[in-house]
Design a protein. Structure first.
Ligand code: NDP
Length: 448
């Protein structure tokens, strides 16, 4: 591997010893772009990689709010504006007790390449808070969102930084945050957030976009293999926004999602999550105050496996849609053991680097997160485009654009892998394709 890449990985480790998830993605991305770096000696002189791994800006702030009993609470808020070379910073907000700076830096770093891959003009960012929405009332969620936006609003704007949802942040939270932004700014700048409700500037297909996008990407991979989804069983993890969209499209394509999961276990539904009633119930569960995946098992008479992950269920396709690093070596061995050929990442960095390598070494085709789940941010960018035009496209128009974008992400990743002699390695191909555009823009813009 290039000594320049090795040096930057080592320096990044020394500088950020307490950020394991960030180091994991830096190592993964830099290692796979090494062949490109070797062809471009000018990168080292311009300290391109050193700049790439350092966020342009990190904002950390206090969020003070009051619960329903009148107790004052304090959480920590963040926004990581990682790289704005190709457009305004763009990336979701995560509300989850596990949120810390290292997690948001990993998500922001991934977002830079993912956004570049969409071919749309958006830079990379990520933000959130260690606030836990589980068990909170609607009024508490609203007060928290208002307090969070009271500080965040001074750092964002439709041409500056455009946050969206992620774990714990859906349409309801975006609505409360947009209301507070509008109140403070006294201007109707609805392009400042995406994932909005339809009546105030949201885009059709945005809620479904990440999950649909994973399946549109999967379709391209299966087509490449002379295969399709009809009659295939799919193990999904998570039961939130991404899992819901994925389950919906799997059913539409003639496949069958047989599991969903949460932090406390998984549900196995051998009949498949295919009916409207079941698909809609996922939305109901996620919106309920004490959301818990077991609710599905109780309602539809399925088995709930407490404290277990769904990878022990045999299936043709695996699509993690919950959180980072849920697929380690044990889970990768189960996927290979099941004889599965396909693994697509709905969640961000759901597998360790070691697990991804094991899957690939054992013939499983891996569709990496920054390619497979890019449909969400792609439709977010389409929402920005509609807001800028003060116009709205039909569901068919948005869906067709999403389809085209996912196909181009697949084709571009495959082409880059091929060009660098890597065969059909969609993991390295996606990293290279995403990197090339950002690198060109950074080199053109001089030191920043
Ligand atoms: P939601 O908040 O809608 O759902 C999150 C799901 O993940 C829930 O089922 C939750 O279960 C589960 N989960 C969260 N933390 C853990 C944990 N520590 N262990 C096990 N399960 C967990 O989030 P999204 O569906 O929006 O996001 C899911 C993943 O997809 C994330 O990795 C996110 O970054 C990624 N993503 C999301 C996009 C989007 O458009 N929303 C776009 C691209 C990627 P429980 O409630 O039981 O904790």
């Amino acid at each position: 591997m290039s000594t320049y890449v090795e040096r930057v990985i080592e320096e990044t480790k020394k500088k950020n010893p307490n950020e394991p998830e960030f180091l994991q993605t830096v190592e993964e991305v830099l290692t796979s772009i090494a062949p490109v770096v070797e062809r471009h000696p000018e990168y080292e002189k311009a300290a391109l990689l050193e700049r790439l791994v350092e966020p342009e800006r990190v904002i950390e702030f206090r969020v003070a709010w009051v619960d329903d009993e009148g107790n004052a609470k304090v959480n920590r808020g963040y926004r990581v504006q990682f790289n704005g070379a190709i457009g305004p910073y763009k990336g979701g907000l995560r509300f989850h007790p596990s949120v810390n700076l290292g997690i948001l830096k990993f998500l922001g770093f991934e977002q830079v390449f993912k956004n570049s891959l969409t071919t749309l003009p958006i830079g990379g960012g990520k933000g959130g808070s260690d606030f836990d929405p589980h068990g909170k009332s609607d009024a508490e969620i609203m007060r928290f969102c208002q307090a969070f936006m009271t500080e965040l609003q001074r750092h964002i704007g439709p041409s500056v930084d455009v946050p969206a949802g992620d774990i714990g942040v859906g349409g309801r939270e975006i609505g409360y945050m947009f209301g507070q932004y509008r109140r403070i700014r006294d201007a109707y700048e609805n392009g400042v957030l995406t994932g909005k409700g339809l009546v105030y500037g949201g885009s059709l297909i945005r809620p479904e976009a990440t999950g649909f996008g994973v399946l549109y990407y999967a379709e391209q991979v299966l087509k490449h293999e002379g295969d399709d989804l009809k009659g295939k069983t799919v193990v999904l993890s998570g039961y939130g926004n991404v899992a819901w969209g994925a389950a919906r499209k799997i059913a539409a394509l003639g496949g069958k999602a047989v599991t969903i999961s949460g932090h406390n276990g998984y549900v196995y539904d051998p009949d498949g999550i295919v009916t409207e009633e079941k698909l809609n119930y996922l939305l109901e569960m996620r919106a309920s105050r004490n959301a818990n995946v077991k609710m599905y098992a109780d309602k539809f008479g399925c088995q709930f496996f407490e404290g277990k992950k769904p990878y022990e269920v045999k299936a043709d396709v695996y699509i993690p849609c919950a959180t980072q690093n849920e697929v380690g070596m044990a889970e990768a061995e189960m996927i290979v053991g099941a004889g599965a050929k396909y693994y697509f990442e709905g969640a961000n960095m759901p597998a360790t680097n070691e697990a991804v390598k094991y899957l690939q070494d054992n013939g499983v085709i891996v569709g990496p997160a920054k390619a497979a789940n890019a449909g969400g941010v792609a439709v977010s960018a389409l929402e920005m485009a509609q807001n800028a035009q003060h116009y709205a496209w039909t569901a068919e128009e948005v869906d067709e654009k999403l389809h085209g974008i996912m196909k181009s992400i697949h084709d571009n990743s495959a082409k880059c892998a091929e060009e660098y002699g890597l065969g059909y390695d969609l993991v390295k191909g996606a990293n290279i394709a995403g990197f090339l555009k950002v690198a060109d823009a950074m080199m053109a813009q001089g030191l920043f």
